[in-house]
Structure formats: structure tokens, C-alpha cells
Design a protein around this ligand. Structure first.
Ligand code: R5P
Length: 289
């Protein structure tokens, strides 16, 4: 898939995309604009049971330094755009917050930049991606383009066109991998995007079966994997569901087989530790992101 790349970039891509062509990225970067997100209040503890099951982590430099053991052998994709918060009316006001040099210094496998197509600061966020791609090319550092979705994708029926537009723009600017959302007609989004696509999980779904179905459908329709967060670490049994997702991404499991696996692992030993009661405003946050 990436034969023409030089050794450094190929090696780093290999830390994200595995030899089977698939990727299981664990997204825990939410705190860069959402603060202590439910389920990720104490990152080192929430992460510990998950580290062995993810190919790579997507996270902010601060959480890498404070909460991930240096013995972690998987890939690391660092969030490189930010400067906004969930309290902003328009969350698209982002700038580049991490240089490629700093990312390489932290031993990153890649960096991630969000683009907000159709939003007030669309132009700036596209320049953030373009600028980082140029910066990263000096170091053979892969760039993940993240298609953020705000109020611009109002209608569910318009999702396919909006996501195809956003993904294609990220690919045209030179993103090596694009992260987007699953939607009806997803195969068209994949076909129109000439680089590998991973899907975000989005807000917490109701059941393990829903989560596994989402993964299975996305892979069947052309995604190479997932970069999933809340549907793993906000689940009742994070270490169980991540193994089910892994079974689908890398093990070729059906939804039923993966669900049986999750159910067999869902016991007290894999139960998520609840530190604080959910705040009523958490639901509002989910509506915004
Ligand atoms: C924004 O918060 C991030 O880029 C997340 O990594 C992304 O939304 C994926 O996480 P989730 O599966 O929770 O949607």
C-alpha cells in the first residue's frame, strides 16, 4: 500500500496500519477540548487494561507524557491541532499545536489534524492540515486528517455527501489516512477517497451489538479499521468490548462471534471503574460532539 514511501515513513505507517492492512486505533484525545471526559477522568487507569489490545493510541502530547508507560510498544498518533474547547459556540477555531519535530521527539508514529469543512473557520483548519503535511514531510511522519462534524452536517440524509466532500479534501491536501464517521452509503465515501479510511465511533451507542455492527459494517464497506474512543472506554466493560472490536478488525469475526467473545469477557474483572457520577451536562456535550 505504501511501497513508494521511504523507510522512516513506511516504518511509522506500519505502527498504525498492521501487516493485514487493518488498524485498531484507540482514540483518547477527547480531553484536548472536552477536558476530563466521562470514562477518561483518570487516563492512566482507564488506559491500563486497554493498552495490550490497541495497535495504536491517538492522544494529546500531555496525556502521552503523563499517562502512558514508556514501555508501550504500539503506535502513537499525536493530536496536533487544537486551541478550542467544548464551551465555544463554534468549535472550529483550531490552530496547529504541535510541530512535526516535537512529535518525532516524542517518538510519534504520526500526527492528527482536524478539518472543519463548512464551518466558520474552515479555511484556517484546511491550512492547518496543509501546513502540517508539509512540516511532517520533512520527517517522514504520517498525517491523519480528521473530518470533524459540527452543525454543518445537519441532516442525516446529507451525511454521505458531506463526509465524501470532507474526506476527499483531506486526501487532496495530502493526508495519509483519513478518519471520518460511518454513514448510510459509506462505500461511496470510501470509493471517492483515494487513501485509507478509519472510522470514529461517535457518541456512546446503546449496546455492544450496536458497536460491533458499526465496526463490521464499516469494514465491509471499505474502511481499513477504527479510531474509536467513547464506545470503548465509556462502555461498562472497556477491556471486553475492545477485544470484540479487535476480533472484527483483525480476526475476521462475525458480529455474533465478536459479541459472544465480549459477553464471555464481561465480568467484574473488566468492569469500568466509576469515579464520579455522570453530570447532567454530559448529555449536552454528547450532542455537540
Ligand atoms: C475528537 O474528539 C477526536 O478526534 C476523537 O478521537 C474522535 O471523535 C473519535 O472518538 P469517538 O470514537 O469517541 O468518536
Amino acid at each position: 500500500m505504501f511501497n513508494e514511501m521511504h523507510w522512516g515513513k513506511k516504518n511509522r505507517m506500519g505502527e498504525i496500519i498492521q501487516p493485514d492492512g487493518r488498524a485498531l486505533m484507540l482514540a483518547i484525545d477527547h480531553g484536548y477540548f472536552m477536558g476530563p471526559t466521562r470514562g477518561m477522568e483518570v487516563p492512566s487507569e482507564a488506559l491500563a487494561p486497554l493498552l495490550d489490545h490497541a495497535d495504536s493510541l491517538m492522544l494529546s502530547p500531555g496525556i502521552l507524557g503523563s499517562s502512558v508507560p514508556t514501555s508501550f510498544k504500539g503506535g502513537v498518533v499525536l493530536r496536533a491541532s487544537g486551541g478550542n474547547s467544548i464551551l465555544d459556540e463554534d468549535m472550529s477555531n483550531e490552530a496547529v499545536i504541535l510541530s512535526a519535530r516535537q512529535a518525532v521527539n516524542l517518538n510519534a508514529s504520526g500526527v492528527a489534524i482536524s478539518i472543519y469543512v463548512g464551518a466558520e473557520n474552515q479555511h484556517q483548519t484546511l491550512l492547518n492540515l496543509a501546513q502540517t503535511i508539509e512540516d511532517a514531510s520533512e520527517y517522514g511522519l504520517p498525517v491523519l486528517g480528521v473530518t470533524a462534524v459540527g452543525k454543518e452536517m445537519k441532516e442525516k440524509s446529507a451525511a454521505k455527501r458531506f463526509l465524501a466532500l470532507s474526506c476527499r479534501i483531506a486526501a487532496e491536501l495530502g493526508a495519509d489516512i483519513v478518519k471520518t464517521y460511518y454513514c448510510e452509503g459509506f462505500e461511496e465515501v470510501v470509493t471517492k477517497t483515494p487513501v485509507p479510511i478509519v472510522i470514529a465511533g461517535g457518541p456512546k451507542l446503546d449496546t455492544y451489538e450496536d458497536i460491533l455492527n458499526l465496526c463490521h459494517n464499516a469494514l465491509e464497506r471499505g474502511a481499513i479499521g477504527v479510531d474509536m474512543g467513547r464506545n470503548i472506554w465509556q462502555s461498562e466493560h472497556p477491556a471486553a468490548i475492545i477485544q470484540g472490536v479487535r476480533g472484527i478488525v483483525h480476526g475476521g469475526l462475525s458480529v455474533k462471534e465478536a459479541l459472544d467473545l465480549v459477553n464471555s469477557l464481561a465480568d467484574d474483572s473488566t468492569r469500568r471503574k466509576q469515579y464520579f457520577a455522570a453530570h447532567p451536562d454530559d448529555a449536552k456535550v454528547q450532542e455537540k460532539h
